[in-house]
Design a protein around this ligand. Structure first.
Ligand code: DX5
Ligand code: ZN
Length: 218
């Protein structure tokens, strides 16, 4: 059995009590922090100063998901802040190879995200530049949306490409992950799962993490 990673998204947490909300997920692998700029996506969350405070108090490493335009300009500062992992969107980067290298050079893992309708194939030759590929399973912007099954073939193709080339790249999925959908995503090849409403909407967030981890580990 391969144990998967569960990264709860604080998008569904209580933003006024983030420190207490972080303590509820201390059994998670990382905390997924959704940064939105109201430009790349039609929603606004938080930026670097708040992420730095989250980093200072979080019991688990940070996995930042930057849903921001002009990622080439803004993403390196998140790596400079000491985050374990920084993920930018392919659609928001002019020079994704250069950006991934900059993130790694600053000591963070480099992640690249694809919206549901963005093809994987143009990026296959740069997989070795990445530590993580994030395949969005909803249109980014909001929590609580339904999982898009149309993304499953892309997850399968990504898994096949990674196995075929022997690179060490995690496949993260984000959006609509529940105890049911996590099984389909895991069977397709994903091994890192973001869950917002399924964790913070549960009566017992830490128990929800354990249940998701069990369901997603094949
Ligand atoms: C959506 C965000 C997600 C969101 C997932 O754009 O990237 O991380 O919090 O929320 P759920 O798990 O509720 O779909
Ligand atoms: Zn996210």
């Amino acid at each position: 059995m391969t144990q998967c990673c569960i990264n709860p998204s604080i998008l569904s947490a209580d933003f006024v009590n983030l420190e207490a909300e972080l303590q509820k997920i201390s059994n998670a692998d990382s905390v997924h922090v959704d940064v939105m700029d109201n430009h790349f996506v039609p929603n606004l969350t938080l930026g670097l100063p708040v992420v730095q405070r989250i980093q200072a108090v979080s019991p688990v490493p940070l996995d930042a998901h930057l849903m921001i335009s002009d990622a080439d300009r803004w993403a390196p500062a998140y790596a400079d802040a000491g985050l374990a992992s920084v993920t930018f969107h392919a659609e928001a980067s002019i020079a994704p190879v250069k950006l991934a290298r900059e993130l790694r050079a600053r000591g963070s893992k480099a992640g690249m995200a694809l919206r549901p309708a963005t093809a994987l194939e143009p990026y296959l030759d740069m997989l070795s530049e990445l530590d993580m590929l994030l395949i969005m399973t909803v249109e980014p912007g909001f929590g609580g949306q339904a999982f898009l099954d149309l993304t499953l073939p892309k997850i399968r193709r990504a898994r096949a490409a990674i196995e075929g080339s022997g690179v060490n790249v995690a496949i993260q999925v984000d959006g609509g992950i529940t105890e049911e959908t996590i099984v389909r995503a895991a069977e397709a090849g994903a091994n890192v799962f973001v869950a917002g409403s399924a964790v913070y909407g549960a009566a017992d967030p830490s128990g929800a993490i354990d249940r998701l981890r069990k369901a997603g580990s094949l």
